[in-house]
Ligand binder design. Structure first.
Ligand code: S3P
Length: 447
């Protein structure tokens, strides 16, 4: 079987990844174990820290983002054992009991850490907190959580434009019913977490349903949570008692998506991706691939600590263009970069709309995917709120850049497998944010 040459090159401040596929005969085969779900990993660490008693977490993602969450909550007194994917224990210190940290809390590259944590910090009376992040996070909008928290009575200072670093003087907060202008699980979760300490019911209504891991996990930890899926509303009852739990973190469908698309577009491929979380608020990528007529089957479906899980088998097939928009967007928000790669191989023109949120992710993912895939010869046009991609033009190897965005780095690596010639992805170390073993797994499935 032909194999690709995949090399990591180390420079002083960054890595690049060089991918040179063979002239013909490359295919991807075997089984893939994906890392733990990033969203669930953050929430397990946070709820574990503010619950009473011990939380045990199996399958935690060991990426940089959950490490940032663990470091922040350790700095506020939670005892979190050394992070590993077997078992992490969190000795919770109880709701409202976080200690004032003696230094700035650093959320690194992680929007989930900063936004969810803000709800918890703002509701801790008599404590003062400062929060920052890396250059990418310091350029991402925080007003979306600052404004509703201020409506609850929070005191938060920020740089102009609602940017971090932030300073928070914790307060006793009032419950609210917040109508969010965007479908965002980070906004929803931030307010629900703040509502845990408020006297009464706090409700968030969003324009479309975003991922519901917070609602599920809050319930598992003992909070009273009501969900109305028709109105896309979630309500938490304040002054809750949270009790430590065992959380088994399923594999991250957002990480699985790279292998799904890789197997779908590389002729002769078949991959079995094991232990993939298939929470219905996250499975938009399966629906988009099914619209594209990809050969995807779910096997061994089961439920693991309140989250649905399956093994996903993907075989190569010819793909058709599809339309991705409206309520589907929040259910595949993180998979749009890799779906753009799939669209390059689909017959016809794929149109992605209503995805302006991608401009405020770890990078401007619409602009970066359009420029980087164009360098490889793809017919891709940036729209104000999406992408238009006409499939069928073969890719050529090129020098491309992740813009320090993990999902861009991995999407470009999968695209590179199909190109004629060598592709070098600059700043490829970004993959470690959500998928530290990505390159090692890529090397294994192509050989
Ligand atoms: C996340 C929510 C999404 C997603 C992010 C993780 C979460 O962000 O893009 O990777 O864990 O709540 P938004 O809520 O900003 O859409």
């Amino acid at each position: 079987m032909a194999t690709a040459t995949i090399t990591l090159n180390h420079y002083e401040n960054h890595h690049s990844l060089t991918i040179a596929p063979p002239n013909s005969g490359l295919s991807l085969q075997g089984q893939v174990q994906i890392p733990g779900d990033k969203s669930i990993s953050h929430r397990a660490l946070m709820l574990g820290a503010i619950a009473q008693g011990e939380t045990q977490i199996q399958g935690l993602l060991l990426g940089e983002d959950p490490r940032s969450t663990a470091a922040c909550f350790r700095a506020m007194g939670a005892e979190i054992s050394e992070l590993n994917s077997e078992l992490v224990t969190v000795k919770g210190i109880g709701l409202g009991q976080l200690q004032e940290p003696v230094n700035v809390l650093d959320a690194g590259n992680s929007g989930t850490t900063m936004r969810l944590m803000l709800g918890i910090l703002a509701s801790h009376p008599d404590r003062f907190f400062t929060v920052t992040g890396d250059a990418s996070l310091r350029s991402r909008p925080m007003s979306r959580v600052i404004q509703p928290l201020q409506q609850m009575g929070a005191q938060i200072w920020h740089r102009s434009g609602g940017l971090a670093p932030l300073a928070i003087q914790g307060q006793a907060l009032q419950p609210i019913h917040y109508h969010s202008p965007i479908a965002s699980a980070q906004v929803k979760s931030c307010i629900l977490l703040a509502g845990l300490m408020a006297a009464g019911e706090t409700t968030v209504t969003e324009p479309a349903l975003s991922r519901d891991h917070s609602e599920r996990m809050l319930r598992a930890f003992g909070a009273t949570v009501k969900v109305d899926s028709e109105t896309c509303s979630a309500t938490v009852m304040g002054q809750a008692q949270l009790q430590g739990q065992t959380v088994i973190v399923p594999g991250d469908i957002s990480s699985a998506a790279f292998w799904m698309v890789a197997a779908a577009i590389v002729p002769g491929s078949e991959l079995l991706i094991q232990n993939v979380g298939i929470n219905p608020t996250r499975t938009g990528v399966l629906e988009a691939l099914s619209q594209m007529e990809a050969d995807v089957t779910l096997e061994n479906q089961r439920t693991v600590t309140g989250e649905p899980v399956a093994d996903v088998r993907v075989r190569h097939s010819s793909l058709k263009a599809c339309a991705i928009a409206a309520d589907l967007i929040p259910r595949l928000i993180d998979e749009i970069p890799i779906l753009a790669v799939a669209a390059v191989f689909a017959q016809g023109t794929t149109v992605i709309r209503d995805a302006a949120e991608l401009r405020v992710k770890e990078s401007d993912r619409l602009s970066v995917m359009a420029t980087q895939l164009s360098r490889m010869g793809a017919k891709i046009t940036e729209l104000p709120d999406g992408l238009e991609i006409t499939g069928g033009t073969p890719l050529v190897g090129a020098e491309v850049d992740s813009y320090t965005d993990h999902r861009i780095a991995m999407s470009l690596a999968i695209a590179a497998l199909t190109a004629t010639g060598t592709t070098t992805i600059q700043r490829a170390e970004a993959a470690a944010i959500s998928y530290p073993d990505f390159t090692a797994t890529l090397q294994r499935v192509v050989s």
